[in-house]
Design a protein around this ligand. Structure first.
Ligand code: UN1
Length: 496
């Protein structure tokens, strides 16, 4: 099944059928590829090759670098269907979401092309006569991208499109659960390179491997920036290692995203917002809605409607018109069941959360999305479980809802549904949501690429994608130029 897509994208079977690391589709558990993994000693070779590429690429004018990314965007447009379908087959996303992910890639390429003619610095007023100050942004060096299974292609492109226009080479270590989509991206990048013409070799390299290989990449002193997306557990390992060698890191870790549903909210809108954010991608987005704080006066109105909507959601093969595909693997299913039994033990009332389609797909894990009514926000709720579990709690005062929303270790995405201007503005104020993303009358997931994406606290503090996230991929330099014939010192110091 994947062959037609792979060959359309220019990937030869030898690249994904000849190795000894089996890749399973979450759709039915079948082996869909066998790839060769890199070893720890390949890491240094790739980094040395990337350093050579950096020396050349950093001197290519940024708008010319943007031309490569423009072509990459074109190649992605041509292969949107192929890559989107492959994302479905390897990561289990439904067709629309697989295509949406490729669209995010195209969007970030467009954004990066515009950026390639900007990368603005500042001019600064100097306190000294005949002096001129400015701030400039220069290419940074080798960028490592570590990505997760749930956005197997978009996260690479967010980083790579920006890194390239900023003058840097990239080494990408994708999740070991999704190497096939990574191989396809590399092939599409090479197509773009061939059209572009004269670019240095090894601008973008793929590093397939497990934790040992990732670790070697993270620890290597010649990797200037490690951009890592994944669990908080992974970030706790990566962050300190990079900091120890004074490297830079950009961390996109767990989320525990909430919605506050107020009495003035448009409930039809909220229902749709809840459904897409909580159930979409089978609850496996870092921005998935995991907590719903409903005003006590609205609960009896909205909750039956949410439950009714949940019961009509079609679950099954992601390319056959269903709204919810499989969980990524058995571990994910077990983690979900574990969280649900802890929630029950803590007094939660669980609706849904059962395994379905077991007869048809004995080696895959499809579940009905779960709703858990909880009396209080306890540690089960505070923990991120990467599965479709929505905890529902009530509140009385808006301030209390704000406190509950912020009272978790993570700080990625949040939203309020309200038609009350005061509530909306309070939610976005200094004493409102403490998350990197705070929305009004929009769910927690499905951000556009134009804004900076990321969050606070255990989410890791990184920002990638839009706004000025490009600055992560460059080094800042302050320049002072003296065009006078004197040498006045700053702060008026008289030295001799
Ligand atoms: C992720 O789940 O790792 O906002 C990223 C969203 C997507 C990106 C999610 N644009 O849901």
């Amino acid at each position: 099944m994947i062959k037609q897509y792979m060959s359309a994208m220019g990937v030869d079977e030898s690249q994904y059928q000849a190795g000894d690391f089996a890749v399973h589709s979450p759709i039915d558990g079948e082996v869909i590829g066998k790839v060769a993994l890199h070893q720890v000693n390949d890491v240094d070779t790739q980094i040395q090759d990337a350093k050579k590429a950096f020396k050349e690429w950093r001197t290519v004018p940024a708008p010319k670098r943007g031309e490569l990314v423009r072509i990459l965007g074109e190649v992605l447009r041509e292969h949107k269907e192929d890559l989107g379908a492959l994302v479905s087959l390897e990561a289990g996303k439904i067709k629309e979401e697989g295509l949406g992910e490729v669209q995010e890639m195209i969007d970030i390429c467009d954004f990066a092309v515009g950026l390639s003619r900007q990368l603005y610095g500042l001019t600064i007023a100097s306190e000294r006569p005949g002096h001129h100050m400015r701030e400039t942004w220069q290419p940074l060096g080798v960028i490592a991208v570590i990505s997760a299974f749930n956005f197997p292609v978009a996260v690479w492109s967010w980083n790579t499109a920006l890194a390239l226009v900023c003058g840097n080479p990239v080494i990408w270590k994708p999740s070991e659960k999704t190497p096939l989509t990574a191989i396809a991206c590399q092939a599409l990048f090479e197509k773009a390179l061939a059209k572009f013409g004269d670019a240095p070799a090894n601008l973008s390299q793929l590093l397939l491997g497990e934790a040992d290989v990732g670790n070697a990449l993270v620890e290597h002193k010649d990797v200037a920036l490690v951009s890592a997306t994944g669990s908080t557990r992974m970030g706790r390992i990566v962050g300190p290692k990079v900091a120890e060698r004074f490297g830079k890191s950009l961390l996109e870790l767990g989320g525990n995203n909430a919605m506050i549903l107020t009495p003035s909210a448009d409930l039809d809108l909220a229902l749709r917002g809840i459904l897409f954010s909580a159930v979409g991608t089978a609850g496996q987005r870092c921005t998935t809605l995991r907590r719903l704080f409903v005003h006590e006066s609205v609960k009896d109105d909205i909750l039956p409607r949410v439950k009714a909507a949940y019961s009509t959601v079609s679950i099954g093969h992601p390319l056959e018109g269903n709204l919810v595909g499989p969980l990524i693997d058995e571990d994910s299913f077990n983690n979900m069941q574990d969280a649900l039994s802890k929630a029950r033990a803590a007094g939660g009332t669980v609706t849904g959360g059962e395994r379905v389609l077991q007869d048809k797909y004995p080696n895959a894990y499809y579940v009905t999305p779960a709703i858990v009514e909880m009396d209080a926000q306890n540690d089960v709720v505070r923990h991120e479980t990467f599965a479709p579990i929505l905890y529902v709690m009530t509140y009385t005062e808006f301030d209390e809802a704000l406190e509950l929303q912020n009272d978790v270790p993570q700080g990625l995405s949040s939203c309020v549904f309200t038609n009350d201007l005061r509530e909306a503005e309070l939610f976005l104020s200094a004493r409102g949501s403490d998350c990197g993303i705070a929305n009004v009358n929009i769910g927690t997931s499905g951000a556009e690429i134009g804004g900076a994406f990321g969050g606070e606290k255990e989410t890791g503090g990184g920002r990638e994608s839009g706004s000025d996230a490009w600055k992560n991929y460059m080094r800042r330099q302050t320049n002072t130029v003296n065009y006078s014939t004197e040498l006045p010192l700053a702060q008026g110091i008289n030295f001799g």
